[in-house]
Each structure stands twice: as structure tokens, then as C-alpha cells.
Design a protein around this ligand. Structure first.
Ligand code: GTP
Ligand code: MG
Length: 289
């Protein structure tokens, strides 16, 4: 769910690139990063160990305009590596405002893509989310390979009718920005329904206008947020709150260890007169010195 930073008048929306191993998730994310003007995006960052390495950055093209007086920053995430565990994916997917499902449309990739779309539905159901609530755009990669399935065939094979299904070649970048643009458009439509009813923005401008010279050097930009709790959008988003109230955070119970080895830390977030409970899942992996 989008986070609203009232002080900065910024809406932070999270988009996750999800899909089967080797479908082209990392290639797509890196392509988007290269194509954005450096002044509009953060550096590309990685976090985590050998197994579940997260790849992420954020961007905020000025041409997108205001949403009810606030600017929208999009945070893009994926997990790198074919061994990402369900708990890693669930952590990343939690609180997502949209998912770009990177499907592999090569003849060997269709079955895995169908299975992973099913997994995605399952994970989202665990957060009580559906594709009606959290939009999903399907980017069919490897369209350059012989015998690759066309989007219509992928829609049928994946059981994805009702979703936007677009062709792409991640390795050349063809179709990658179009898929992101469709995603951004759907996320903005949801934001508008949820919180912001009278903004006038051009969602198509979000990606296209931010395309820059990929040879340009990186500029420092704003911090990238970590994956956020599912309904943290409520924090600081109430019209009756004083603008300068500062949220406080405390551990509200006993830290437990889950079956998958991660730690579950119960947290209480207080904001003005409001209080909300969260659970932080923390997976630790050793870093070789
Ligand atoms: N021909 C072709 N190759 C692609 C395409 N997209 C990705 N690849 C290649 O497929 C391989 C896997 O791409 P990645 O971007 O690493 O895939 P991924 O989904 O991030 O994979 P994991 O992180 O391992 O799950 C790389 O060798 C890419 O160059 C495409 O559209 N066409
Ligand atoms: Mg990858």
C-alpha cells in the first residue's frame, strides 16, 4: 500500500517485478534504470546474501505532476537469483501497489510462468489481496526466440484473462518501458480511487518522459525505502492529524523465530492518538568478509 509522506508531500508507491527464474526480471529492472535520467532516479542497489539478493531503486519523474498536491515516487524491486525462497518473495511483495509479472514466453518457459502466476495469486491471497486490489501487468519476455508464445496464447496458458498482457524482449529492452508505463497507469488509478480523487496527471508521462541518456553518470538521490508493512498507508494519512506529528516505534512483544529461520518482531507504531500493530519479519544471512 502506498505510503504518504505528509511532511514531504510525497506518495511512495511500490512496484515488484515477480516471475519464474531466468524470465528476465533483473534484465528488465536494469534496463528501466539505465533508461531513466539519473537526476530522476536513485542508484541501483542490491541487498542480501548470495541466495536472495534484492535489487531495487526508486524514481520520480517531474513530468508526472502532482497527485492532489503530492508527488509520486515509484520504488521498483525484484529478487535476484533462481533460488529465492517463498518467504523472501512474500516479504518483498507485502505492501506492493502493483506487480509486473515477468513471464517467460519461450517454449520452455510457459509452464513455469503459469506456476509462478499461481504462486503470486497465493502469496497475494495471504495478504488478502487480489489483482483487482493490487494491479498486475504481465510482461511476456523472450518474444525474440523462435516458437515464443504470443501474448494472446500466454493469456490463455496463464489463465490471465482480464489482466494486461504485453510482449517484450527484456534483453533488448523492447516492450519493457511500455509494461512499466501500463503498470504505473494502473497504480495511479488505484491511488486515485483510494485517496486522491481530484488530481489531474498524465500517467503515460511517468516512464516515457523520464527516459534519458543511458550513458549519463549516476547522481546521488533520495534514500530507497525498505519493503513496508501491509497497511502502513494509514500512518500519517489522516486529515485530522497535525502535520508535524512524529510517529514512534516500539517492540511490543516477544521476538520469535519462524520455521524458515527468520525472526518475527512484533512492533507498535504510534502516530498522534493512533496506534497500529505490525510484525517485522527479519531474515539474516552472513556476509563473507
Ligand atoms: N533471448 C532473450 N533472452 C533474455 C530475455 N530476457 C532475459 N534474457 C536472458 O535470460 C537470462 C536470465 O535473465 P535474468 O534477467 O537474469 O532473469 P531473472 O528473471 O532475473 O532470473 P533470476 O534472477 O535468476 O530469477 C539472461 O541470460 C538474459 O540475458 C529476452 O527477452 N530474450
Ligand atoms: Mg534476476
Amino acid at each position: 500500500m502506498a505510503l504518504f509522506n505528509k511532511t514531504k508531500r510525497e506518495i511512495n508507491a511500490k512496484i515488484v517485478y515477480f516471475g519464474p527464474p531466468f524470465a528476465g526480471k533483473s534484465t528488465s529492472l536494469k534496463f528501466v534504470h539505465r533508461k531513466l535520467k539519473p537526476e530522476h532516479r536513485s542508484p541501483l542497489k542490491t541487498m542480501g546474501g548470495q541466495r536472495d539478493k534484492m535489487l531495487f531503486f526508486d524514481f520520480m519523474p517531474p513530468e508526472l505532476g502532482d497527485v492532489n498536491g503530492s508527488r509520486v515516487r515509484f520504488h521498483l524491486y525484484t529478487v535476484q537469483g533462481d533460488v529465492a525462497t517463498p518467504s523472501t518473495w512474500k516479504t518483498i511483495l507485502k505492501g506492493a501497489d502493483g506487480v509486473v509479472f515477468v513471464a517467460d514466453s519461450s517454449s520452455q518457459g510457459v509452464t513455469a510462468s503459469r506456476d509462478y502466476l499461481e504462486k503470486l495469486r497465493e502469496y497475494m491471497a495471504g495478504f488478502e489481496q487480489t489483482f483487482e486490489m493490487t494491479p498486475c501487468v504481465i510482461q511476456c519476455t523472450k518474444g525474440d526466440l523462435p516458437e515464443a508464445a504470443l501474448p494472446a496464447a500466454m493469456t490463455q496458458a496463464l489463465g490471465a484473462s482480464g489482466l494486461t498482457v504485453l510482449p517484450a524482449v527484456a534483453s533488448s529492452g523492447e516492450g519493457v518501458l511500455q509494461a512499466l508505463s501500463a503498470m504505473v497507469k494502473q497504480v495511479l488509478a488505484r491511488l486515485r480511487e483510494q485517496h486522491f480523487e481530484d488530481e489531474a496527471v498524465d500517467p503515460n508521462a511517468a516512464c516515457e518522459s523520464a527516459i534519458g541518456d543511458e550513458r549519463a553518470g549516476e547522481q546521488p538521490s533520495s534514500a530507497v525505502r525498505a519493503p513496508v508493512a501491509e497497511d502502513s498507508s494509514e500512518i500519517g494519512n489522516r486529515p485530522d492529524e497535525p502535520a508535524l506529528a512524529v510517529p514512534s516505534l516500539e517492540i511490543s512483544g516477544t521476538i520469535e523465530r519462524s520455521d524458515d529461520g527468520s525472526f518475527r518482531i512484533p512492533l507498535s507504531v504510534k502516530y498522534g492518538a493512533h496506534s497500529k500493530s505490525y510484525c517485522l519479519s527479519l531474515a539474516l544471512s552472513a556476509v563473507e568478509e
